[in-house]
Design a protein around this ligand. Structure first.
Ligand SMILES: Cc1cc2nc3c(=O)[nH]c(=O)nc-3n(C[C@H](O)[C@H](O)[C@H](O)COP(=O)(O)OP(=O)(O)OC[C@H]3O[C@@H](n4cnc5c(N)ncnc54)[C@H](O)[C@@H]3O)c2cc1C
Length: 269
Protein backbone atom coordinates (compact mmCIF):
# COMPACT_ATOMS: atom_id res chain seq x y z
CA UNK A 1 0.00 0.00 0.00
CA UNK A 2 1.43 3.41 -0.90
CA UNK A 3 1.70 6.23 1.65
CA UNK A 4 -1.25 8.57 2.06
CA UNK A 5 -2.37 11.43 4.28
CA UNK A 6 -5.08 10.72 6.85
CA UNK A 7 -7.61 13.33 8.00
CA UNK A 8 -10.47 13.02 10.48
CA UNK A 9 -12.95 15.67 9.39
CA UNK A 10 -14.75 17.39 12.27
CA UNK A 11 -17.46 18.97 10.13
CA UNK A 12 -19.06 18.19 6.79
CA UNK A 13 -17.71 21.43 5.35
CA UNK A 14 -14.21 20.48 6.48
CA UNK A 15 -14.58 17.12 4.72
CA UNK A 16 -15.75 18.89 1.55
CA UNK A 17 -12.81 21.31 1.78
CA UNK A 18 -10.27 18.51 2.24
CA UNK A 19 -11.66 16.61 -0.74
CA UNK A 20 -11.77 19.77 -2.86
CA UNK A 21 -8.19 20.83 -2.22
CA UNK A 22 -6.64 17.45 -3.08
CA UNK A 23 -7.78 15.75 -6.28
CA UNK A 24 -6.41 12.41 -5.11
CA UNK A 25 -8.26 12.40 -1.78
CA UNK A 26 -11.09 9.96 -1.08
CA UNK A 27 -13.75 9.83 1.61
CA UNK A 28 -13.47 6.98 4.11
CA UNK A 29 -16.58 5.53 5.77
CA UNK A 30 -16.04 2.08 7.35
CA UNK A 31 -13.29 1.13 4.90
CA UNK A 32 -14.92 -2.19 4.07
CA UNK A 33 -14.43 -1.73 0.34
CA UNK A 34 -11.91 1.08 0.18
CA UNK A 35 -9.21 -0.46 2.38
CA UNK A 36 -9.10 -3.87 0.64
CA UNK A 37 -9.07 -2.04 -2.69
CA UNK A 38 -6.08 0.01 -1.53
CA UNK A 39 -4.31 -3.09 -0.22
CA UNK A 40 -4.66 -4.65 -3.66
CA UNK A 41 -3.30 -1.50 -5.29
CA UNK A 42 -6.56 -0.91 -7.16
CA UNK A 43 -7.06 2.47 -5.45
CA UNK A 44 -4.13 4.74 -4.65
CA UNK A 45 -5.56 7.82 -2.93
CA UNK A 46 -3.16 10.57 -1.85
CA UNK A 47 -5.33 11.15 1.23
CA UNK A 48 -8.25 9.65 3.12
CA UNK A 49 -10.85 11.88 4.70
CA UNK A 50 -12.57 9.93 7.48
CA UNK A 51 -16.22 10.71 8.22
CA UNK A 52 -16.42 8.77 11.47
CA UNK A 53 -16.18 11.84 13.76
CA UNK A 54 -19.42 13.30 12.41
CA UNK A 55 -22.22 12.06 14.72
CA UNK A 56 -24.82 13.93 12.66
CA UNK A 57 -24.22 11.36 9.91
CA UNK A 58 -25.21 8.37 12.05
CA UNK A 59 -28.68 9.45 13.20
CA UNK A 60 -31.74 7.35 12.44
CA UNK A 61 -34.85 9.51 12.66
CA UNK A 62 -38.59 9.06 12.09
CA UNK A 63 -39.67 12.27 10.34
CA UNK A 64 -43.04 13.92 10.96
CA UNK A 65 -43.94 13.51 7.28
CA UNK A 66 -43.76 9.72 7.71
CA UNK A 67 -40.34 9.39 6.15
CA UNK A 68 -37.50 7.52 7.78
CA UNK A 69 -34.15 9.28 7.58
CA UNK A 70 -31.01 7.19 8.01
CA UNK A 71 -27.61 8.87 8.22
CA UNK A 72 -24.96 7.89 5.70
CA UNK A 73 -22.59 6.68 8.42
CA UNK A 74 -25.15 4.40 10.07
CA UNK A 75 -23.56 0.96 9.95
CA UNK A 76 -25.52 -2.07 8.81
CA UNK A 77 -25.66 -3.51 12.35
CA UNK A 78 -27.22 -0.29 13.68
CA UNK A 79 -29.84 -0.24 10.93
CA UNK A 80 -30.65 -3.91 11.61
CA UNK A 81 -31.00 -3.29 15.36
CA UNK A 82 -32.77 0.08 15.22
CA UNK A 83 -36.18 0.04 16.90
CA UNK A 84 -37.33 2.84 14.61
CA UNK A 85 -36.36 0.95 11.44
CA UNK A 86 -37.81 -2.32 12.74
CA UNK A 87 -41.12 -0.59 13.45
CA UNK A 88 -41.33 1.66 10.39
CA UNK A 89 -39.64 -0.42 7.70
CA UNK A 90 -38.99 -3.93 9.02
CA UNK A 91 -37.98 -5.21 5.58
CA UNK A 92 -35.07 -2.76 5.53
CA UNK A 93 -33.89 -3.83 9.00
CA UNK A 94 -34.02 -7.44 7.81
CA UNK A 95 -31.99 -6.54 4.70
CA UNK A 96 -29.30 -4.84 6.79
CA UNK A 97 -29.11 -7.84 9.10
CA UNK A 98 -28.31 -10.14 6.19
CA UNK A 99 -25.45 -8.11 4.73
CA UNK A 100 -22.14 -9.95 4.91
CA UNK A 101 -20.96 -11.08 8.35
CA UNK A 102 -20.92 -9.49 11.81
CA UNK A 103 -17.59 -7.75 11.25
CA UNK A 104 -18.64 -6.11 7.99
CA UNK A 105 -22.05 -5.17 9.43
CA UNK A 106 -20.33 -3.36 12.30
CA UNK A 107 -18.10 -1.30 10.00
CA UNK A 108 -19.83 -1.03 6.62
CA UNK A 109 -22.21 1.91 6.18
CA UNK A 110 -25.31 2.82 4.22
CA UNK A 111 -23.56 5.78 2.57
CA UNK A 112 -20.47 3.75 1.69
CA UNK A 113 -22.57 0.98 0.22
CA UNK A 114 -24.59 3.20 -2.10
CA UNK A 115 -21.66 5.47 -3.03
CA UNK A 116 -19.63 2.38 -3.93
CA UNK A 117 -22.57 1.02 -5.95
CA UNK A 118 -21.38 -2.56 -6.14
CA UNK A 119 -23.68 -4.39 -8.59
CA UNK A 120 -24.24 -7.15 -5.99
CA UNK A 121 -24.92 -4.87 -3.00
CA UNK A 122 -28.26 -5.12 -1.23
CA UNK A 123 -29.21 -1.53 -0.36
CA UNK A 124 -29.44 -0.23 -3.96
CA UNK A 125 -32.37 -2.57 -4.69
CA UNK A 126 -34.22 -1.37 -1.58
CA UNK A 127 -33.62 2.30 -2.38
CA UNK A 128 -34.86 1.84 -5.94
CA UNK A 129 -37.96 -0.18 -4.99
CA UNK A 130 -38.86 2.24 -2.20
CA UNK A 131 -38.27 5.31 -4.35
CA UNK A 132 -35.96 6.64 -1.66
CA UNK A 133 -34.22 10.01 -1.85
CA UNK A 134 -30.48 10.40 -1.29
CA UNK A 135 -29.47 13.62 0.48
CA UNK A 136 -26.00 15.02 -0.09
CA UNK A 137 -24.25 18.16 1.14
CA UNK A 138 -25.48 19.82 -2.08
CA UNK A 139 -28.86 18.40 -3.13
CA UNK A 140 -31.41 15.60 -3.02
CA UNK A 141 -31.29 12.84 -5.63
CA UNK A 142 -34.05 10.31 -6.35
CA UNK A 143 -32.76 6.74 -6.22
CA UNK A 144 -33.82 6.29 -9.84
CA UNK A 145 -31.37 9.01 -10.86
CA UNK A 146 -28.62 8.05 -8.42
CA UNK A 147 -27.57 4.57 -9.58
CA UNK A 148 -26.04 5.02 -13.02
CA UNK A 149 -24.18 1.75 -13.64
CA UNK A 150 -21.48 -0.56 -12.29
CA UNK A 151 -19.72 1.26 -9.45
CA UNK A 152 -21.09 4.51 -10.92
CA UNK A 153 -23.47 6.97 -9.30
CA UNK A 154 -24.67 10.51 -9.92
CA UNK A 155 -22.39 11.82 -7.15
CA UNK A 156 -20.01 14.60 -8.10
CA UNK A 157 -16.47 14.40 -6.77
CA UNK A 158 -16.97 16.84 -3.90
CA UNK A 159 -20.36 15.49 -2.97
CA UNK A 160 -20.92 13.62 0.29
CA UNK A 161 -23.95 11.45 0.95
CA UNK A 162 -25.35 12.71 4.24
CA UNK A 163 -28.50 10.60 4.62
CA UNK A 164 -31.17 8.61 2.84
CA UNK A 165 -34.90 9.37 3.16
CA UNK A 166 -37.13 6.31 2.92
CA UNK A 167 -40.90 6.45 2.54
CA UNK A 168 -42.35 4.09 5.16
CA UNK A 169 -44.07 1.62 2.86
CA UNK A 170 -45.97 -1.04 4.82
CA UNK A 171 -45.75 -3.63 2.07
CA UNK A 172 -42.02 -3.93 1.47
CA UNK A 173 -39.62 -6.86 1.57
CA UNK A 174 -36.25 -7.91 0.19
CA UNK A 175 -35.22 -11.44 -0.68
CA UNK A 176 -31.70 -12.57 -1.44
CA UNK A 177 -30.12 -15.65 -2.98
CA UNK A 178 -26.67 -15.02 -1.64
CA UNK A 179 -23.16 -16.10 -2.39
CA UNK A 180 -22.45 -18.42 0.55
CA UNK A 181 -18.91 -17.04 1.01
CA UNK A 182 -19.39 -13.24 0.89
CA UNK A 183 -23.19 -13.13 1.21
CA UNK A 184 -23.29 -10.61 -1.64
CA UNK A 185 -26.41 -11.11 -3.76
CA UNK A 186 -26.25 -13.50 -6.69
CA UNK A 187 -29.81 -12.25 -7.09
CA UNK A 188 -31.61 -9.92 -4.68
CA UNK A 189 -35.16 -8.70 -5.23
CA UNK A 190 -36.86 -5.80 -3.47
CA UNK A 191 -40.63 -5.38 -3.78
CA UNK A 192 -42.61 -2.36 -2.58
CA UNK A 193 -46.37 -1.95 -2.95
CA UNK A 194 -48.04 1.38 -2.26
CA UNK A 195 -51.58 2.56 -2.99
CA UNK A 196 -50.32 3.94 -6.32
CA UNK A 197 -47.86 1.41 -7.68
CA UNK A 198 -45.76 -1.72 -7.31
CA UNK A 199 -42.01 -1.39 -7.74
CA UNK A 200 -39.64 -4.32 -8.19
CA UNK A 201 -35.88 -3.76 -8.13
CA UNK A 202 -33.21 -6.37 -8.79
CA UNK A 203 -29.59 -6.42 -7.64
CA UNK A 204 -26.77 -8.90 -8.22
CA UNK A 205 -27.89 -9.79 -11.70
CA UNK A 206 -27.92 -6.80 -14.04
CA UNK A 207 -24.97 -6.42 -16.42
CA UNK A 208 -25.35 -2.68 -15.79
CA UNK A 209 -26.08 -2.89 -12.07
CA UNK A 210 -29.33 -2.56 -10.15
CA UNK A 211 -32.50 -2.24 -12.27
CA UNK A 212 -36.28 -2.17 -12.09
CA UNK A 213 -38.14 -5.15 -13.52
CA UNK A 214 -40.92 -3.21 -15.17
CA UNK A 215 -42.68 -6.18 -16.76
CA UNK A 216 -43.21 -7.71 -13.32
CA UNK A 217 -44.32 -4.34 -11.95
CA UNK A 218 -47.05 -4.10 -14.61
CA UNK A 219 -48.34 -7.61 -13.84
CA UNK A 220 -48.23 -7.05 -10.08
CA UNK A 221 -50.08 -3.77 -10.36
CA UNK A 222 -52.97 -5.75 -11.88
CA UNK A 223 -52.84 -8.56 -9.32
CA UNK A 224 -50.45 -8.58 -6.38
CA UNK A 225 -49.45 -12.19 -5.79
CA UNK A 226 -46.62 -14.59 -6.63
CA UNK A 227 -48.55 -16.22 -9.47
CA UNK A 228 -48.87 -12.93 -11.33
CA UNK A 229 -45.31 -13.32 -12.61
CA UNK A 230 -45.61 -16.94 -13.70
CA UNK A 231 -44.09 -17.41 -17.13
CA UNK A 232 -42.09 -14.19 -17.31
CA UNK A 233 -38.36 -13.58 -16.77
CA UNK A 234 -36.05 -10.67 -17.55
CA UNK A 235 -34.10 -10.98 -20.79
CA UNK A 236 -30.93 -12.98 -20.02
CA UNK A 237 -29.03 -10.83 -22.54
CA UNK A 238 -29.06 -7.97 -20.01
CA UNK A 239 -27.84 -10.11 -17.11
CA UNK A 240 -24.44 -11.12 -15.70
CA UNK A 241 -22.83 -14.46 -16.36
CA UNK A 242 -19.96 -15.42 -14.07
CA UNK A 243 -18.51 -18.35 -12.11
CA UNK A 244 -21.40 -18.16 -9.66
CA UNK A 245 -24.33 -18.29 -12.07
CA UNK A 246 -25.10 -18.05 -15.77
CA UNK A 247 -27.32 -15.27 -17.09
CA UNK A 248 -30.08 -17.80 -17.80
CA UNK A 249 -29.90 -19.13 -14.24
CA UNK A 250 -30.06 -15.59 -12.88
CA UNK A 251 -33.10 -14.83 -15.06
CA UNK A 252 -34.90 -17.81 -13.56
CA UNK A 253 -33.76 -16.88 -10.04
CA UNK A 254 -35.13 -13.37 -10.43
CA UNK A 255 -38.62 -14.75 -11.02
CA UNK A 256 -38.32 -17.25 -8.17
CA UNK A 257 -36.91 -14.72 -5.70
CA UNK A 258 -39.45 -12.07 -6.66
CA UNK A 259 -42.28 -14.56 -6.12
CA UNK A 260 -40.85 -15.53 -2.72
CA UNK A 261 -40.46 -11.88 -1.74
CA UNK A 262 -44.09 -11.18 -2.64
CA UNK A 263 -45.19 -14.26 -0.69
CA UNK A 264 -43.28 -13.02 2.35
CA UNK A 265 -45.07 -9.65 2.17
CA UNK A 266 -48.47 -11.35 1.99
CA UNK A 267 -47.59 -13.78 4.78
CA UNK A 268 -46.75 -10.89 7.11
CA UNK A 269 -50.24 -9.33 6.76
C1 LIG B 1 -16.39 -9.67 2.98
C2 LIG B 1 -17.42 -8.68 2.57
C3 LIG B 1 -18.71 -9.11 2.35
C4 LIG B 1 -19.70 -8.19 1.96
N1 LIG B 1 -20.96 -8.64 1.75
C5 LIG B 1 -21.93 -7.75 1.40
C6 LIG B 1 -23.28 -8.18 1.24
O1 LIG B 1 -23.67 -9.33 1.47
N2 LIG B 1 -24.19 -7.23 0.83
C7 LIG B 1 -23.84 -5.92 0.63
O2 LIG B 1 -24.70 -5.11 0.27
N3 LIG B 1 -22.58 -5.50 0.83
C8 LIG B 1 -21.62 -6.37 1.22
N4 LIG B 1 -20.36 -5.92 1.43
C9 LIG B 1 -20.09 -4.46 1.30
C10 LIG B 1 -20.17 -3.77 2.68
O3 LIG B 1 -21.39 -4.05 3.26
C11 LIG B 1 -20.05 -2.23 2.63
O4 LIG B 1 -21.30 -1.63 2.45
C12 LIG B 1 -19.23 -1.71 1.51
O5 LIG B 1 -18.03 -2.43 1.51
C13 LIG B 1 -18.92 -0.21 1.72
O6 LIG B 1 -18.14 -0.13 2.88
P1 LIG B 1 -18.02 1.18 3.75
O7 LIG B 1 -19.34 1.67 4.13
O8 LIG B 1 -17.05 0.85 4.83
O9 LIG B 1 -17.40 2.25 2.74
P2 LIG B 1 -15.87 2.56 2.36
O10 LIG B 1 -15.21 1.29 1.99
O11 LIG B 1 -15.22 3.37 3.41
O12 LIG B 1 -16.11 3.47 1.09
C14 LIG B 1 -16.59 2.93 -0.13
C15 LIG B 1 -16.63 4.02 -1.20
O13 LIG B 1 -17.67 4.94 -0.92
C16 LIG B 1 -17.15 6.28 -0.76
N5 LIG B 1 -17.92 6.85 0.33
C17 LIG B 1 -18.05 6.36 1.58
N6 LIG B 1 -18.92 7.09 2.29
C18 LIG B 1 -19.36 8.07 1.49
C19 LIG B 1 -20.29 9.14 1.65
N7 LIG B 1 -20.97 9.34 2.79
N8 LIG B 1 -20.49 9.97 0.60
C20 LIG B 1 -19.85 9.78 -0.58
N9 LIG B 1 -18.96 8.77 -0.79
C21 LIG B 1 -18.73 7.94 0.23
C22 LIG B 1 -15.67 6.10 -0.44
O14 LIG B 1 -14.91 7.22 -0.86
C23 LIG B 1 -15.34 4.87 -1.27
O15 LIG B 1 -15.13 5.21 -2.62
C24 LIG B 1 -19.36 -6.81 1.81
C25 LIG B 1 -18.05 -6.38 2.06
C26 LIG B 1 -17.09 -7.29 2.44
C27 LIG B 1 -15.70 -6.79 2.73
Amino acid sequence: MQDFEFHRAQTISEAVHLIAEDEGALLLAGGQTLLPTMKQGLATPSALVALRDLPELTAITARGDGRLEIGAMACHADVAASTIVRQRLPGLAALAGKIADRHVRNRGTLGGSIANCDPAADYPAALLALNAVIATNEREIAAGDFFIGLFTTALERQEIVTSVHFPTVARFAYGKFSNPASRYAIVGTAVAKTADEVRVAVTGAGADGVFRWTEAEARLSECFGPRAINGIEPDAAMLNSDIHASAEYRASLIRVMTARTIASILAAE
